[in-house]
Design a protein around this ligand. Structure first.
Ligand SMILES: Cc1cc2nc3c(=O)[nH]c(=O)nc-3n(C[C@H](O)[C@H](O)[C@H](O)COP(=O)(O)OP(=O)(O)OC[C@H]3O[C@@H](n4cnc5c(N)ncnc54)[C@H](O)[C@@H]3O)c2cc1C
Length: 410
């Protein structure tokens, strides 16, 4: 039997296990998934918890519900990858798992401990996050009785997963405080290391205008050196300060510790890979998929989905000693909730920035690219069902893995 080992049963690991279980001959291949948690989180849903739109149970399901027949799931911490010996050590019974091929899908995770002062005494008191389930639930409780004041949403460092989520958070905060009747008592500010609202110029302009219309201030190019939790201040490397009453932070995001400990990561523990086929720069039998890979595109579930599709086509050739002609183009597709029942959709890749147009049917839509619409909001809300019932199970979606220019206006 040939052995395929997948590390991480999150979005990418679960999708790839499902797809491969259909195309590999399971009499010849043993597929094993390892993850330390029994629960699968629908992370895009964390955004809605602080505002009471989703409850804490709306975003969780058992991982086992999504593991296909014939694939083994081992629930254990992964402790060490030994690429020279083609094996992985896990915490459970101190076992070694050997492999012929390894897929690393251990994701990227918020690391508040990376910024001095952030997770000291005020963590989950006047400093909150929504990038974890516990964080989103704690923030929901806090917001229920928050009387108003200066709410600062800050992004610590690039890259972080779902680069539009902080914007969505602050748009929804604007809506939420209107609903609560206290918007006039709330000062909303986005503090970002970027020069504007987003990385790509056209989207940055549109999103910047929406922030302005909603009276949300932006402090650009602000690199946080430390937080002074007692003074309630963010302090930059230039010793400039932004004061807050409530800080909602997107901490530094880093890949799994085990990647660093195994000597497989860059400075943020993401795995350097070929950006078109996900093969490790160092080892011919190791791939990285999803947020774990250091791809120069957004870290997002949609990217993981498109990447997995391209990966499968190449992998089936690679194991037969053939070349990998299918090239991933960095395709990302993100719904941006903009508040008051509206949303924006952006579709882009390594070379093409988000452009206006219609998606997925050229000229028809029903979704509008780079434009606010109610339909885009419903696209975002429908996505949770699609995630659990179609995407994770590795079923086909009517969207091409490569970005299409059809329906886009230059
Ligand atoms: C608030 C928020 C909003 C988002 N919104 C969107 C959105 O609207 N659209 C979108 O496309 N994406 C969105 N995302 C991003 C999306 O959720 C991620 O990009 C996606 O889940 C990445 O999948 P992954 O498989 O790479 O990593 P994950 O799904 O995070 O899975 C990694 C897995 O590895 C396991 N693991 C890690 N280290 C170890 C170890 N040492 N031992 C054992 N197991 C380990 C973890 O337990 C986890 O199950 C959002 C994310 C957040 C946080």
């Amino acid at each position: 039997m040939k052995k395929l080992l997948i590390l991480g049963a999150g979005t990418a690991g679960t999708m790839v296990a499902n797809k491969l279980s259909h195309v590999l001959d399971l009499d010849e291949w043993k597929i094993t998934l390892v993850d330390e948690h029994e629960i699968h989180y629908y992370q895009p849903g964390f955004l809605f918890i602080p505002f009471g739109i989703y409850g804490q149970n709306d975003v969780i399901k058992p991982k086992r519900d999504f593991i296909p027949a014939g694939v083994e799931l081992i629930v254990s911490k992964i402790e060490m990858i030994e690429p020279e010996n083609n094996r992985v050590r896990i915490a459970k019974d101190n076992r070694y798992l050997s492999y012929d091929y390894l897929i690393i899908a251990t994701g990227t995770h918020p690391r508040p401990d990376e910024t001095p002062g952030l997770d000291d005494g005020q963590w989950r008191k006047t400093i909150h996050d929504f990038y974890t389930h516990e964080g989103a639930v704690a923030l929901a409780k806090h917001l229920r009785n928050w009387p108003g004041g200066r709410l600062v949403l800050n992004i610590m460092e690039m890259p972080f997963k779902c680069p539009v989520a902080p914007l969505e958070f602050i748009f929804l905060a604007d809506w939420f405080f209107h609903e609560q009747g206290i918007r006039d008592r709330v000062d909303l500010t986005l503090v970002t290391p970027l020069p504007g609202a987003f990385t790509k110029p056209r989207a940055a302009k549109l999103l910047g205008n929406i922030l302005e219309e909603k009276n949300i201030k932006v402090v650009p190019e602000f690199m946080v050196e430390r937080v002074e939790p007692d003074e309630k201040k963010l302090v930059s490397f230039e010793e400039e300060a932004v004061e807050y009453d409530l800080l909602v932070t997107v901490p530094v995001n880093m890949g799994a510790e085990v990647i660093a400990e195994s000597g497989l990561g860059d400075e943020l523990n993401h795995v350097p890979v070929n950006k078109h086929n996900f093969l490790s720069d160092k080892f011919d039998n190791i791939f990285a998929l999803g947020d774990a890979a250091n791809l120069p595109t957004s870290k997002a579930g949609s990217v993981a989905h498109f990447a997995v599709e391209i990966f499968i086509e190449n992998f089936l050739r690679h194991i037969d000693g053939l070349d990998m002609p299918h090239k991933f183009d960095g395709h990302a597709n993100c719904y941006i909730e903009s508040g008051f029942g509206k949303g924006i959709l952006i579709d882009f890749n390594y070379d093409v920035e988000p452009l206006p147009g219609k998606f997925p049917l050229p000229g028809i839509g029903p979704f509008s690219l780079l434009q606010e619409s109610e339909m885009n909001h419903w696209g975002k809300m429908m996505f949770r069902w699609i995630y659990w019932n179609v995407l994770l199970k590795g079923k086909e979606m009517p969207i091409t893995a490569q970005m299409s220019m059809a329906g886009k206006w230059q």
